[in-house]
Design a protein around this ligand. Sequence first.
Ligand code: AMP
Length: 288
Amino acid sequence: MQVYRSVRSLAKKVSEIKKRNKTIGLVPTMGFLHEGHASLVRKAKKDTDCVIVSIFVNPAQFGPKEDFKKYPRDLKRDLDICKKEDADIIFVPEAKDMYPDDYSTHVSVEGITEKLCGASRPGHFRGVTTVVTKLFNIAMPDIAYFGQKDAQQAIVIKKMAEDLNMDVDIKVMPIVREKDGLAMSSRNVYLSSSERVQAASLYKALRLAKRLFDQGEKNSGKIISKMKEVIGKEPDAKIDYIFIVDIKELKAIKKISGMALAAVAARVGNTRLIDNIILRQRPRIGRF
Ligand code: AMP
């Protein structure tokens, strides 16, 4: 495993890999890695010859009042995890290298970035699409791996890659969860022990949504109000949004037919958590 700390050194390495006709898998992360990230690396190892994991807490995707400064960081531990997963290359750039003082170019996807998390985090997705574009240009991956945990992010990146004719496959992998269902997240370390227990209510609400849907409830409004009851029981949880949307345009759906995404964002104490679940009509087997 090799660690690259500058854009220039990684770009040089990538051109060597390309000359040897090896395929590259890229796993972009902000570090403080957990089993969710590891699952992406494992999949990339299966699919591609050379796996690059980037670790970069991207200042451009944090709002001025957000947690950029206190975002958890532990490079030594991250490198141990990457080594265990047999990642080939770790890219740990400096912010100044990614965004020099005279930096002035941004990539921005319109429409879908204004919904869900985009409404409460203005500028967030512009920061994400800009850094991901830069990472794609530097690492030149054949396949890039993202988690369904950040479903809107994955949808935005797919749209960007399609709109800008980027020559990369985007793969979206399932959400890895703790035993009680809480989606793994680097931000979970912010939670106090009581908040940690309450945080499981997001997944409880999503499970309830799925159960109601599977039992035949197709009215989003009814499902959402039941979900609100579940999270509302927790004294330190404050819902930011609950939406049931289509998975392409992220438009709210009133009556679900086919497939939909139930997405939730809530603050538990001071920590903003997000989670989601796909609601999908099971194909009927046989005639009845
Ligand atoms: P982050 O470091 O939080 O920016 O996440 C880096 C990548 O890992 C993103 O594509 C996330 O969607 C993905 N990811 C984060 N948490 C999970 C999880 N619990 N399960 C699967 N993927 C995840």
